[in-house]
Design a protein around this ligand. Structure first.
Ligand SMILES: Nc1ncnc2c1ncn2[C@@H]1O[C@H](COP(=O)(O)OP(=O)(O)OP(=O)(O)O)[C@@H](O)[C@H]1O
Ligand SMILES: [Mg+2]
Length: 260
């Protein structure tokens, strides 16, 4: 079981009709580390994540999850088996508005396990507590929560099946700087506590300095730079240096703030 690199992409391409969105992307993510993908709007980042979790098929190339190439899989049953190894935290939390917090977080367990209602409720309460939410939120509906709380509920739901891999689509979007840092800490604590391999898409350059072991810059469907955040920010790749420089974030400062 387990490989050193639970996620690996080899020359992955994806086109929608004549629109070539992903143009040959390769990278791999080390176990229990965090890879952050940055890039401009429309660069194909969400598409990339959707392929990693098996919601979208690449046009060509290989996507190895835990050493298994999922690109050729077409049967729903095979894809479901793979999807259970992965948790996804969506760009806009994507909670079901008509369900309570309890029902939202319990959803994967109801779908994929044979646990009793009581067992499920215990697990939900437990996971929410780990993420800093108490039982007062259980009966609330998503609309009654703050953005930061919704993100945590989304994360709790992604964690329910205890996946070894979690992908996050812009977990910081729409959050103020403080909440954004709280979410970064959650991602890192989750990684550490559950030894989760994390793939995070982010527009928040400060956050790569806080959570990324590896940062990948994707522009127009191609990887233009990959390395540690410091390598991207201060190395000899002019494009990545420029990209990070334009964000106005000082990496050394962003990192030191996280250790307050
Ligand atoms: N299901 C689809 N059908 C057709 N085109 C799609 C589909 N999904 C994505 N695209 C196209 O792929 C391109 C990349 O979209 P994607 O959502 O992956 O970008 P992104 O990098 O996540 O952008 P953002 O930063 O705005 O979230 C866009 O041109 C989009 O229109
Ligand atoms: Mg996106």
């Amino acid at each position: 079981m387990g490989t050193e690199y639970p996620v690996e992409l080899r020359d992955v391409r994806k086109s929608f009709g004549s629109n070539d969105v992903i143009k040959g992307i390769s990278f791999r993510c080390k176990e229990a580390e965090t890879t952050v993908i940055i890039g401009g709007s429309g660069a194909g980042k969400t598409t990339l994540l959707r392929m990693i979790v098996g919601l979208e098929r690449p046009t060509s190339g290989h996507i190895l999850i835990d050493g298994e190439d999922i690109a050729p899989l077409t049967r729903e049953r095979d894809l479901n088996r793979v999807r259970q190894k992965l948790g996804m935290v969506y760009q806009y939390a994507a909670l079901l508005d008509s369900l309570t917090v309890m029902e939202n977080v319990a959803f994967p367990l109801i779908e994929h396990t044979k646990l009793t209602t009581k067992e499920i409720e215990e697990k939900v309460v437990d996971k929410l507590r780990v993420l800093g939410l108490d039982t007062s939120v259980l009966k609330k509906f998503p609309a009654e929560l703050s953005g930061g709380m919704r993100k945590r509920v989304g994360l709790a739901r992604a964690l329910m099946l205890e996946p070894k891999i979690i992908v996050y689509d812009e977990p910081n979007s729409g959050l103020d700087p403080i909440s954004s840092r709280v979410v970064d800490d959650l991602i890192d604590e989750t990684r550490e506590r559950f030894r989760v391999t994390s793939v995070v898409i982010s527009h928040d350059i400060a956050s790569i300095f806080r959570i990324a072991h590896q940062a990948i810059l994707v522009i127009h469907g191609k990887v233009v730079a990959a390395g540690t955040p410091d390598e991207l920010a201060y190395g000899d790749n002019e494009i990545s240096r420029d990209f990070i420089d334009k964000s106005g974030v000082d990496g050394k400062r962003a990192r030191s703030v996280s250790h307050d």
